[in-house]
Design a protein. Structure first.
Length: 191
């Protein structure tokens, strides 16, 4: 029951505050870990395909484990000092895991540009949200791409994290964010 109230509080904070740009986001830290570990794994594999598969498993496993364990350890240590401190820190982590306000804020920028009949501006704002070239998109394609990114990011940034947080608190929510970040950074074939 306490977790339910922590989820509500974290979601409320996300809706009110969004992502402060002055504080490095946990997903940025996960991304830095992935970048560093991927370079190390590639160096260790030395181009051997079997070793690359093993290295990829190590990269994925350690990223998820570290993301889970760091949050778990922080909450455990905070709980030693006082249960309320642990609860407060977990609310803060839940708030940082969720991305509802930033999704609304960023997609409204595209909407505003479209409302102003500024297609070039709408394309530019959309380019910050999607991983594809937006320079040649028509107004209809910009609208479709915006709706698509709202749907995908609502799932990736709000619904799925809430699901994992409900099951295992902030540690499992952060582990999910690690998996999601791995997918966006290394979840495709490249050299």
């Amino acid at each position: 029951m306490i977790l339910f109230f922590k989820i509500i509080a974290g979601f409320f904070l996300d809706c009110m505050l969004g992502d402060p740009h002055s504080i490095k986001h946990p997903v940025q830290r996960i991304g830095s870990y992935i970048t560093f570990t991927e370079k190390w794994c590639r160096k260790m594999a030395k181009g051997d395909k079997k070793k690359e598969v093993i290295a990829g498993g190590i990269l994925c496993g350690t990223t998820v484990f570290v993301s889970y364990f760091v949050i778990w350890a922080i909450l455990y240590i905070a709980g030693i000092f006082h249960p309320l401190l642990r609860h407060g820190i977990e609310v803060w982590f839940i708030y940082r895991i969720l991305a509802s306000k930033s999704l609304v804020t960023e997609t409204l920028k595209v909407y505003q540009k479209l409302k102003e009949e500024d297609l070039i501006g709408a394309r530019k704002e959309l380019s910050y949200l999607v991983g594809r070239d937006t320079e040649e998109l028509s107004k209809e394609e910009v609208i479709k791409a915006t709706i698509e990114t709202i749907a995908e990011n609502t799932s990736d940034g709000v619904i799925a994290p809430l699901f994992f947080i409900a099951i295992g608190g902030a540690p499992l929510g952060m582990a999910y964010k690690a998996v999601n970040t791995l997918d966006s950074m290394v979840g495709y074939r490249n050299e």
